[in-house]
Design a protein around this ligand. Structure first.
Ligand code: FDA
Length: 311
């Protein structure tokens, strides 16, 4: 990553947190058009159509309702209802999908007990339907609280119904991975998408990648069904190589990727017989999610700028 890439990544991640820009930016046509590559629609029905298309290609899905701007306990209730509607619709449509949930959506920044109560309702519903809730990981300020809640839910509902996400850019992650594997918590391993300081996160991409490989090995050695979430072919090759060395069969873990990113790679892995799950976000509040996707690949930004200039 060049110094310019570093700068635009930090700037985009800063902008992703500027709520006042959201309404203005989401009305711009080229911005909306570009976002539609990464977001499956603004409504549940649009997203269900996207899930059906992915299922037809042999991929499973994790569904995410986007809304990171939840401010009041009443709004957190709406999110719980939205997730219950999603779980019901997954059952009714007979699609192969589980759900991903952010604890800030459940009120983590308002009150930890409220977030636990709300998340508990969603996981209880998923358990009744024999489904699974992946608790997404957000900024490092909430890492510990998020893992505390995952552990409480895991103790109550068990391995098949709730799991965590760990980010390899965080210095603490290898220890978290070892501890969660001992407790048999299912993990999605990703690199991490938020703006973090060098005190908590590795500033150099090479260290983030090296930690990803170390943590991937911890996961694959654990005998628990985990998700390796990356579009980085070097990380995927390292995983395939390690799995072969350990004589792990296909299906001992799954690859996970984001909707709209590296579709060629998604299809190639399915063709080679690997389970692939696609993270499918939908909803009206897509601005911060979209900005994080731009930050991951500054070339995406130049594409948006070109379209904005062209009108
Ligand atoms: P890296 O960023 O090195 O990219 C490798 C290659 O992938 C690039 O060269 C490019 O080809 C392609 N690519 C990656 N991002 C792209 C983009 N936006 N547009 C176009 N091409 C792109 N993060 C988090 O903090 N908490 C979470 O809960 C999750 N959840 C999650 C679920 C799933 C299923 C995935 C795949 C990812 C996440 N993430 C996440 C995001 C993750 O932390 C990370 O930011 C992105 O996956 C990008 O990192 P890569 O591993 O792809 O590598």
């Amino acid at each position: 990553m060049t110094a310019a890439d570093h700068l635009s990544r930090s700037a985009l991640l800063y902008l992703s947190r500027q709520e006042h820009l959201k309404d203005w930016a989401t009305r711009l046509r080229p911005f909306r058009d570009m976002a539609s590559r990464f977001i499956a629609g603004e409504t549940l029905e649009e997203a269900v159509e996207a899930v059906k298309a992915l299922n037809a290609k042999g991929m499973t899905v994790s569904f995410d309702h986007l809304n990171e701007a939840v401010k009041t306990p009443e709004e957190t209730r709406d999110e719980v209802l939205q997730y219950q509607r999603m779980l019901a619709r997954i059952d009714q449509a007979g699609v192969k999908a589980n759900v991903s949930l952010k604890l800030t959506q459940c009120g983590l920044l308002i009150d930890k007990a409220l977030a636990l109560r709300n998340a508990r309702e969603v996981v209880a519903d998923a358990t009744r339907r024999d489904s699974f809730v992946r608790i997404d990981m957000e900024e490092s300020a909430v890492t510990q609280a998020t893992l505390d809640i995952v552990r409480e839910l895991h103790a109550e509902f068990g391995e098949p119904h709730v799991g965590a996400v760990l980010q390899s850019y965080l210095r603490r992650t290898e220890e978290d991975a070892k501890a969660l594997c001992r407790e048999r918590v299912r993990i999605r391993l990703c690199k991490g998408a938020y703006l973090e300081g060098p005190d908590v996160a590795f500033p150099d991409k090479a260290d983030v990648d090296a930690n990803f490989v170390r943590c991937m090995r911890v996961l694959l050695d654990s005998g628990v069904y985990h998700g390796i979430a990356t579009h980085d072919e070097r990380m995927i090759d390292a995983t395939l190589e390690y799995a072969a060395k350990q004589h792990l069969p296909r299906g001992a873990y799954e690859f996970q990727m984001l909707y709209g990113i590296r579709r060629d790679l998604q299809e190639r892995l399915v063709k080679d017989g690997h389970p692939v799950r696609i993270y499918v976000p939908y909803g009206r509040y897509w601005y911060p999610y979209f900005m994080r996707r731009l930050a991951e690949r500054p070339a995406n930004l130049w594409f948006v700028m070109r379209n904005l200039v062209r009108g």
